[in-house]
Design a binder for this molecule. Sequence first.
Ligand code: UD1
Length: 454
Amino acid sequence: MTSLLNSHSLLIAPEKSNLELQILGGYPLQGEVRISGAKNSALVVTAGALLCPDDCCIRHVPSLLDMTWMGQILSSLGVKWEKHGDVLDINASHISQSAAPSELVGRLRASFFLIGPLLARLGVAQVPLPGGCAIGARPVELHIRGLQAMGADVQIKQGIVHACISGNKRRLQGARIYLDFPSVGATETLIMAATLAEGETMIQNAAQEPEVVDLANFCRTMGAKIQGAGTKTIAISGVPSLHSAEYSIIPDRIEAGTFLLAGAITHSQLSVAPVNPQHLIGVIDTLRALGAAIFADASNRLRIVPKQQHVAIAIETAPYPGFPTDLQAQLMAILALSQGSSIISETIFENRLQHVTELNRMGADIRVRRSHAIIRGVSQLTGTEVVGTDLRASAALALAGLAADGITSLKGLHHLDRGYENFEQKLQQVGAKIQRVQSQAESGKEPVFSTLHG
Ligand code: UD1
């Protein structure tokens, strides 16, 4: 079997990597960035493949550290898989373990939603609580309450969630579930659990994110009966079993948004493809509010034509179709260079403004009041050493580096590698001066950018 493990050079103790990104700012970008399959879809669709005892073939799967960890978790459960390029073949005919390993689940919070397919397939599951992370507490009580409503007996012992189907029932039971908040993960857990349940499940106040729709479409390809995905009410009519399927993951709207914002911050015309423009509706509105023009050159391509000066805006993050929390940090980098004062209110995660400190170290003028960032635009950022504290914060600092005066050294790349495939290569191809090197402090070498193309 081919292993993702060998294909990722940063797998071994990525946190301890002494690599950094060096970015020489001030160069315009030009051309088109190829967008990979969506990380958040690929993770959940891969988990969803455990619902089916036959072969599943999943296409457009990005090569990311998060997928590497998911592959390790699948192997520990006895699931067979192979990855060739962006095609993932999975066979979960035999699941030898109902317990997901703590160390790996701790690394990959998204793996908690394995509880849905494991419980539905095996009638029993043990998955460690994901715990807090850099951006917030990440509770899972909505997942658990929903599973309980479907007849699961759930107990938490020493940080592990033990779930089994209660009584002498062999299948979960359809239920009417109202989510207090439209949680993406809880909606996905409950969709997966309900596909194999007995009877009808109705999820109200469901998340409407495109990744939820992607999961539902994948499950439907396997024979699940699901209606309403993409709306606030999802109805699932349980079936006794699912069958083999081939499926293609949607393009990553967050990666596409990140590169459109890279165009904005460097005042460059940049295209991204393939994308589904509908998935980026809240992002397109925001870019237009900044003063940029956005064109759909083809049905699956977007091009940004930014103004020389960005307009200050007030915006809050919101569930889809609002402005995504996963692009909040990257947007802040642009607003740091806009004309006037902007406000970003982070409404989804309670601790997702840690990039402010690092942006300020680059010369930004940003203050934080509770969940609001007040951003006074400055005329120039200056390159310095910065550390990404989470995935999207790292992307934001890289964007700031593209526009800054001088060289930015970005550390903490294991965060970036969790969610962006070939990040610096994609930027190099459109003319950015960016390279991954051994940390300068350790190598003692001065940065040399002349070898880069672009
Ligand atoms: C997913 C995405 C993540 C994105 C987020 C919001 C994946 C792998 N990750 O994360 O990139 O930033 O959606 O779009 O798809 N909450 C509860 N109780 C719960 C579950 C969630 O209070 O049981 C809260 C969370 O603390 C958070 C909010 O709901 O404040 C949103 O979380 P949720 O939508 O569940 O995000 P994730 O699925 O974890």
